[in-house]
Design a protein around this ligand. Structure first.
Ligand code: PLP
Length: 285
């Protein structure tokens, strides 16, 4: 079955879909995005993803391409046309197209909207979760506005590539003081030897992960001990458990950091439990 992409008002075969070379997303990474999980053909945590999209747009003074209601229809239609049952839907909004020039285009220039959707190999993701993944640490070399979900992801790309070249699945980015900020495309968590869950607070130096916020609700509901604070790489080495969260993989146990086993080297009970329970806390629409 051929894939279909939505581009600026039209559903087009994926292979033929494209935006102008004058698109601000292509020219300047002047573009924001969201990735939302799909399960059983339904969107997971759509409300929180759409709220974050609005926040990203507001932060960059970017216009909405469609109303929220119309965008919800386009997302569902893209899911339907691609026969996605379990996977992700990807939404990207750019500041539109204009002859290449740094300042914003004139008011009224329509924003660009691209929506794609694809199925995930669930068996492969589950096999990965059963084993846990390896992460490697490296300096966080990103710009200062990483709380905006923009497509300016080159440092993330380089970090992820370096991780893959070292046989790891994710890079954990580390600030100048030796504290982990987040993964290249995920939120970083540890569970201390005393059983306290730790993740970095939202102070502008990490993306406010939607999965992070849902896990925090779950943690509160289950009465787990929790601290929202930065943790160092050494603390992570000494942790009982570690895991990462993101919309495309929910809660993924981390079993190795920089080649050292985390805890006993197997996925921990806390991470596995949160993974098992995640979708009971998530919102399906
Ligand atoms: N941090 C970064 C840098 C990301 O790119 C992502 C997801 O792509 C996340 C965290 C996790 O965010 P979410 O849980 O909303 O997918």
């Amino acid at each position: 079955m051929s894939r279909i992409a939505y581009v600026n008002g039209r559903y087009i075969p994926h292979a033929e879909a494209g935006v102008s070379i004058d698109d601000r997303g292509f020219q300047f990474a002047d573009s924001v995005y969201e990735v939302c999980e799909v399960i059983g053909g339904r969107l997971v945590d759509e409300r929180r993803h759409m709220a974050r999209l609005q926040r990203s747009l507001d932060r960059l003074a970017m216009a909405r391409p469609l109303t929220e209601r119309a965008m919800a229809v386009v997302m569902r239609e893209t899911i339907r046309r691609n026969r996605v049952t379990d996977g992700v839907v990807y939404v990207q909004v750019s500041r539109g197209q204009m002859r290449r020039d740094f300042p914003f285009p004139p008011d009224g220039t329509p924003a660009s909207l691209v929506v794609t959707a694809r199925n995930n190999d669930l068996a492969k993701i589950e096999a990965r979760a059963a084993k846990g993944v390896a992460v490697v640490t490296m300096p966080d070399e990103r710009w200062r506005h990483v709380d905006i979900k923009s497509v300016a992801l080159l440092p993330n790309v380089l970090a992820k590539q370096a991780a893959r070249e070292q046989g790891a699945q994710e890079a954990w980015l580390v600030d100048a003081k030796g504290y982990v900020t987040e993964g290249a495309s995920s939120t970083a968590w540890i569970v201390t030897r005393d059983g306290v869950l730790v993740t970095r607070p939202l102070k502008g130096d990490i993306l406010p992960g939607v999965t992070r916020s849902v896990v925090l609700d779950l943690v509160a509901k289950q009465g787990l001990r929790f601290e929202e604070r930065a943790f160092t790489v050494d603390e992570a080495y000494a942790a009982r458990e570690a895991f990462i969260t993101s919309a495309s993989q929910s809660v993924m146990p981390v079993t190795q950091i920089d080649g050292r086993p985390v805890g006993n080297g197997a996925p921990g009970l806390t991470a596995s439990g949160l993974r098992r329970d995640y979708h009971s806390q998530a919102e399906f629409t």
